[in-house]
Ligand binder design. Sequence first.
Ligand SMILES: C[S@@+](CC[C@H](N)C(=O)[O-])C[C@H]1O[C@@H](n2cnc3c(N)ncnc32)[C@H](O)[C@@H]1O
Length: 309
Amino acid sequence: MSLRFASAFGLQTPPLPKGPPYLCLDLIDWVGFPFWLEPYDSRLIDIHHGEPAPTPPLENLEGMIRYWEEHPEWMDMLNPQSPVFEDKQIESALYLDFWGNHVPVEKKVLDIGGGVGRITQILLQKNCSIDLVDPDLRSLWRAVSMAAGGPGSLDVHWSTGEHMPDLGVFDCAVACEVLNYVEDPQKIVDRIYTSLKPGGTLLISLEARWGWAMSSDVAAGSIESFFTDGIVHVPHDRWIRTYTREDVIKLLYRFSSIQLQPSHYAFSGPFEMATGLLPLEKAIKIERRFRNHPIACKLNRAWMVIAHK
Ligand SMILES: C[S@@+](CC[C@H](N)C(=O)[O-])C[C@H]1O[C@@H](n2cnc3c(N)ncnc32)[C@H](O)[C@@H]1O
């Protein structure tokens, strides 16, 4: 549900400005404020309280809750003190480089699986109005805190993409590193499609079918899924559906145009160690070389996509 329905575990909620969406400048009293919302997917309540997830894809949320407890500094990726801050910033810059002038300015945007708001932050700086949907309530708390006091407007909704309600019509939707973790990607993409205005833009990134198995953060013992269905499952920690080019095109069949780019060869990919840490400009150049190399080209860790309704 919208921030409009937030409650505060018996405490008084901070004042809400006129909305939704809410001017971030006027959300300053919400910084660090953990709120409760009724989720649109009722299964999320038990998971939030530490119960085991009812289906394998939702086990990703179990993993996230454990990381929030054991390594909040990893989850807090927008904090410059976070050990993953720099990596996440370079990765965002790679996305922005590909998405280019399709990145919306002063538009209405749906950020599905927006997490702590990494992409939302970029769009808020462009004065967009964002509806951020995520099944991890702790991430929503962080997303509101990070946005408060800055430009743009925001509302947040506690939901899986499959269960999100009709939130209106959008110029652009973003699903950055999300469709790998969901139970029903087609249902989510169909919901996005109906939420977009004609000609609206969808910006996606998702994990690819082969490159993960050679990456430095691969789950030990997961090789069988390389040979079989491409789903990497570490019980109660992660469940990742990986995609071939054909899978992505099939998923987006209703969209009138699709631009798809293989990426993450050096960055988080199989050639990370061999490449070493590079500044953005060099990282972009070497990604291009891998993409054009006859052997390496098939080993991308991710796909970046621009689609239009
Ligand atoms: C790798 S994070 C990406 C977060 C953000 N989009 C970014 O790029 O930084 C994956 C996100 O997907 C969310 N997620 C998991 N299952 C989902 C579902 N069924 N529907 C929508 N989001 C989901 C998680 O809560 C998490 O925030």
